[in-house]
Design a binder for this molecule. Structure first.
Ligand code: SAJ
Length: 420
């Protein structure tokens, strides 16, 4: 098949490469000339394990080309960003999706298949995309096929997950589902689950909302534990021994481009009926402030105001700092007047010597669960003014000095006379 992909980001590029290495002829379109130029020179512009090798194969076989403009194809895949809008419920900003659909209109022919892979609010395919295509003279399900097939991959493992994860195929009509299923069936080995477009949209959003709500419950439990002086982490560990309980882990907040964004799309689409989802977002976005307040309490009798932040990325073992609660906390502490040193072996500017990062510090504040943080060497704690660690991700296993986490920190806080 001839396939045109609109948007060559974290999803669009790997998806294009996947189709190009499975016998299809792919034209990848991106609005950014620098991206197109880099790709046509043979290099990928995103960091993703194993992707460069696959991309080189696709280029060598002549099955992929990058371009600034679409061309006539059998299928079009839309994989452009959908950020939050700056409105009351942070609804889904569809402007890139709408422009992408409009950009392919001159190239669409009868019999073509249009796929939206971008994460979109519930009902968008039917209420927004379908009318644009119909206004151009097509009848969906008869002479043009339209489906929403959300991606559900974990950054860092995209090449594997694109092939092996089950894939939801949400057609506007059953003909649309069949057409999309036939195309994905050429590359996906996981189950292809048939659905309507609206079911597919809401399913993808609820997967991430499920995690966000559960993390909020764990974060609320951490606050309750501090208030009642009960070790919340011990409670979680024991409760999870029950065969039907899976309490998540509390932490400094929820980052990334999915959990911190997608729940708003559901809430914005149905604000009256989504109080739980909205409250969960509020709890999770309150965590950086909670950690800053807790840090202030632990620092109340410290010999100086130096704090060393361990980890800046939004989760462990990645280099991505976008939407990262760790960065937010570091900035809030600096704003509050603390002398903050940032240390993160995965972030170039903060990849300094651990001893230099901890020199004269009164607190190591662990905000990301990088594997490197399982052991904090004595050489780091020995150069501190006060060897005290607050581990918000419960990752530290070996250390010297005093270690507190979101379960047991009340032990220390109640000992210190509080000013606040
Ligand atoms: N977090 C906690 N406590 C937990 C688990 C996670 O505080 O118990 C935090 C993490 O530290 C991080 C955030 O939540 O800040 C999100 O991390 P994550 O690993 O749960 O999710 P993402 O955003 O990296 O990827 C998710 C995945 N969705 C699910 O697992 C349901 C992935 O499969 C999706 O493809 C991706 O979102 C997406 O694109 O939607």
């Amino acid at each position: 098949m001839k396939i045109t992909t609109i948007g060559l980001g974290y999803i669009g590029l790997p998806t294009s490469v996947l189709f190009a290495t499975h016998g299809h002829e792919v034209r990848g379109v991106d609005a950014n000339p620098a991206v197109v130029e880099t790709l046509n020179r043979g290099y990928i512009h995103i960091e993703e394990e194993g992707l460069q090798k696959l991309y080189s194969q696709a280029l060598q076989s002549g099955s992929f080309e990058a371009s600034l403009t679409p061309s006539e194809s059998d299928a079009f895949i839309i994989a452009v960003p959908t950020p939050n809008k700056d409105d009351e419920h942070k609804s889904c900003d569809l402007s890139y999706v709408v422009s992408a659909v409009e950009s392919i209109l001159p190239y669409i022919q009868k019999g073509n298949l249009i796929i939206v892979e971008s994460t979109i609010g519930p009902r968008t395919t039917e209420d927004v995309v379908q009318p644009i295509l119909e206004a151009a003279g097509f009848t969906i399900g008869e002479d043009l096929f339209l489906a929403h097939c959300p991606e559900r991959v974990l950054p860092g493992n995209i090449a594997h997950e694109l092939v092996h994860n089950p894939r939801i195929i949400g057609g506007v009509t059953t003909n649309c589902t069949e057409a999309a299923k036939a195309m994905y069936g050429t590359v996906v080995q996981g189950e292809l689950i048939e659905a309507t477009a609206s079911e597919a949209e809401l399913s993808k959003l609820m997967e991430n909302t499920y995690r966000d709500v559960n993390i909020a419950l764990a974060n609320e439990l951490a606050k309750i534990g501090l208030d009642l002086e009960i070790n919340a982490l011990k409670v979680i560990e024991m409760a999870n021994r029950h065969p039907r309980v899976n309490l998540h882990s509390p932490g400094p907040g929820v980052g990334g481009h999915c959990l911190a964004i997608d729940p708003y799309f559901v809430a914005a689409a149905s604000p009256k009926f989504s109080p739980l989802i909205q409250t969960a977002r509020k709890i999770n976005t309150s965590m950086p402030q909670f950690i800053v307040e807790t840090t202030s309490k632990l620092m109340a009798s410290a010999p100086n105001n130096k704090v060393t932040v361990f980890g800046l990325t939004y989760k462990g073992n990645i280099d991505d700092t976008r939407e990262s609660p760790a960065k937010e906390i570091s900035e809030m502490l600096q704003f509050a007047g603390y002398d903050v040193t940032e240390y993160d072996p995965h972030v170039e500017y903060a990849n300094i010597e651990i001893e230099a990062a901890c020199q004269d510090s009164s607190l190591i504040l662990v905000l990301t669960d990088h594997s490197e943080f399982k052991t904090i060497p004595a050489s780091a704690t020995q150069v501190m003014r006060q060897a005290q660690i607050l581990d918000t991700k419960a990752i530290v296993k070996q250390h010297e000095g005093e270690l507190f986490n979101l379960g047991n920190m009340y032990e220390q806080i109640r000992k210190i006379p509080q000013e606040m």
